[in-house]
Design a protein. Sequence first.
Length: 248
Amino acid sequence: MRSIHIAVLCSALAVLSLGPAAAATSQRSASSCRAEWRANKAENQAKGITERAFVEQCKAGGTAAAAPAGAAPPSEATRTEPATRARRGGGMRTARECREEWRANKAQNQAQGITERAFVEQCRAGTAAAPMGAAPAPTAAAPAPPVAAPPPTTTGTAAAPAPYRRSATPAALPRATPTPSGANQFASEGEARARCPGGAVVWVNLKSHVYHFSGYRSYGTTKRGAYMCETDATADGFRAAKNEKHPT
């Protein structure tokens, strides 16, 4: 019985002594993992295995997975860009990164008229630089305003103004019917003028015994009257109208 106890005790001591050694063999140090990655650096980079990923998986006892076939190994700028942008607090890029990108395509940018300064400014703002000298889109020309036609002009001499029209003269006063009742009294002016060719012919008002000269309103218009030579009218006692002038 005592021999059995001794055998169990020896087995336990053996397990305890092997535990730290087994744990030490399952985990490797970061320096040894880095040394192993650098020993196969070209192959690891060709497979897209970064040093950091290799060391982490190496320390854990595994192997780093290779990048998908055909994928180019990530550059240093690609690996550091997410961390750099996270530190800046957004998607903006540094002026140095933008300058390097412009210089990588310098010939093409210069052919398109994109200067380094303009590219860097728009690159940092997150917009693409537009080529220089790009003409703006043509705008439709406004229609020309209609030209008013000039007023018609007349050739030659100016048209003569319309002749002045005199107002219509009042209608002639109605002639009275002569009523000769005495000697040397006539019914017509012509008969009286035949008697005295060189003298004046007057119209005598048989009622008022006043005679009127030719050209006045009462000449030949009174109700009762006749034509006479002026000499005969004065001889018979007729007198000339006061408001009428003798014709000369």
